[in-house]
Design a protein around this ligand. Structure first.
Ligand code: ATP
Ligand code: MG
Length: 450
């Protein structure tokens, strides 16, 4: 039987004891079932146990508030949601409801509460999200979500065109569930995603961003992107020229799009890295040249990719630091980092350990997505990584923080103003390059003598 966490059980018991119906519903039921299925058939990778447990109940919001007193917070009364604190987690308790007309393609104009679980399940987006689980382990699944989950199918509840027209964010949610859960859109659902994709223009970029980040980090992100590049093209038209773009170069066996999604699939699911992998070659189509021999070249593509990615990430309102990191990874993806202490030390100085490791992961993935005969750079990358590990183990100096002298030391020698910072930079460069030891006496001597 599917395990419901203790705190959530207590909450369900309390509601039932007061004479109401109460069920776990939505994502938590789906994920718990999926985890079970995957353990059973052992074919697909295990998914994490659900973290958020949502509850749906026949009790009205004010009844829930009254029942739980201090532990209840009216977090979304208009939509019937009360958040109840339980040991271990906060649980969203939402009254069975029907959604009214959707006017702005995102928010129902009005919600109507109902005493029918079936009606509540029917308002939900996908069959796999429209299952309820009781305290006693009873599964309420009138729309066939379990069967769809078993078959790896993503299917809208009801008429897909209508559901996407009510709320276009569901198109992105659909792609995200496909990517994260490894589902494939049932034909009508997939076709309706394409037919209604332009409606995404009405959706706030922040919401698209949230779905996109989860989508890109999904185990099946590549497949989901491959099925619907046109959907991504609505908010990121820059991706469209990549699709089907033949690179005309022996290093490549994939189109720019296939290369990018393959690289993405070869990276660990770190959001910045996944964005960088998808966008690292986005500038290629616009800098493409063909030489007399009929060979394709992409001079300056990294810089062009940075420009495009910068605008695309801004459009989706990704936070500044996030965007800057992605753009830096793209800027560096094609740079050769010499496999020497100096080469790796300089990169470490510029990027820091965390980002340099992401860059190495990107380089690995980029190389694995080239033509088979050219995948030999893995060895070089491993060499660079070994040097990085050794430098870190030796506590090598690569930041001002680690330098054996600081600004006060230089001021004591009589330096003032911008000269202090400039001199520290010079010292650090020399230390990273192995021209000076990171020792106080030697550094001060260098300063007095120059
Ligand atoms: P996760 O929490 O893993 O992102 P989830 O399925 O729990 O996935 P939530 O956004 O937490 O997604 O929503 C909880 C449930 O509410 C969903 O499972 C679904 O039944 C319903 N739901 C959420 N958003 C929508 C929507 N836009 N249209 C219809 N139903 C929705
Ligand atoms: Mg959820």
């Amino acid at each position: 039987m599917l395990a419901i966490p203790e705190g959530v059980r207590g909450l369900l018991e309390r509601l039932e004891a007061a004479g109401y119906e109460a069920w776990c519903v939505g994502g938590c039921v789906r994920d718990a079932l999926l985890a079970d299925l995957r353990v059973l058939n052992g074919t697909r990778p295990p998914v994490r146990a659900p973290e958020d447990w949502d509850v749906t109940t026949s009790a009205l919001p004010e009844e829930v508030m009254a029942l739980f007193g201090d532990r209840a917070l009216p977090t979304g009364l208009r939509h019937g949601t009360v958040t109840v604190k339980t040991p271990g987690r906060a649980v969203e308790v939402t009254t069975y409801r029907l959604d009214g007309e959707y006017r702005d393609r995102r928010h129902p104009e009005q919600v109507t509460f109902t005493r029918s679980l079936e009606e509540d399940l029917a308002r939900r987006d996908f069959t796999v999200n429209a299952m309820a689980l009781s305290l006693r382990g009873e599964l309420r699944d009138p729309l066939g979500g379990r069967r769809d989950l078993e078959n790896g199918v993503l299917r809208c509840v009801g008429d897909p065109d209508r559901r996407f027209q009510e709320d276009a964010l569901r198109i992105m949610r659909g792609m995200r569930f496909a990517a994260v859960l490894g589902l494939e859109g049932e034909d009508e659902t997939g076709a309706a995603m394409e037919r209604n994709r332009e409606l995404l223009r009405d959706i706030a970029p922040e919401r698209i961003q949230a779905e996109m980040t989860k989508l890109l980090c999904g185990q099946c992100a590549r497949e989901a992107l491959d099925r619907h590049p046109g959907v991504v093209g609505v908010f990121w038209p820059e991706v469209l020229p990549m699709v089907g773009f033949d690179q005309r170069n022996i290093h490549h066996c994939y189109t720019v799009w296939d290369h990018s999604t393959t690289a993405l699939a070869n990276t660990p699911p770190v959001p910045e890295l996944r964005y960088a992998a998808l966008l690292h070659d986005i500038g290629k189509p616009s800098v493409f040249t063909l030489d007399e021999g009929g060979v394709g070249h992409f001079y300056g593509h990294a810089g062009r990719s940075c420009e495009l990615a910068e605008g695309m990430l801004r459009r989706l309102r990704l936070p500044n630091e996030f965007r800057e990191r992605v753009v830096r990874l793209i800027a560096w993806h094609d740079r050769d980092i010499p496999r020497t202490d100096k080469g790796v030390g300089r990169a470490l100085r510029r990027l820091g350990e965390e980002e340099l490791r992401l860059l190495l992961a990107l380089k690995r993935a980029d190389n694995l997505a080239q033509a088979p005969a050219y995948r030999g750079r893995q060895l070089e990358i491993a060499k660079g990584e070994a040097i990085l590990n050794r430098l870190l183990a030796e506590d090598a100096c690569f930041s001002l923080r680690q330098l054996a002298v600081n600004g006060n030391d230089l001021k004591a020698l009589g330096l003032r103003g911008p000269a202090v910072g400039r001199t520290l930079e010079t010292l650090l460069n020399r230390v990273v390059d192995g021209e000076l030891p990171n020792e106080r006496a030697a550094l001060l001597e260098f300063v007095t003598e120059s």
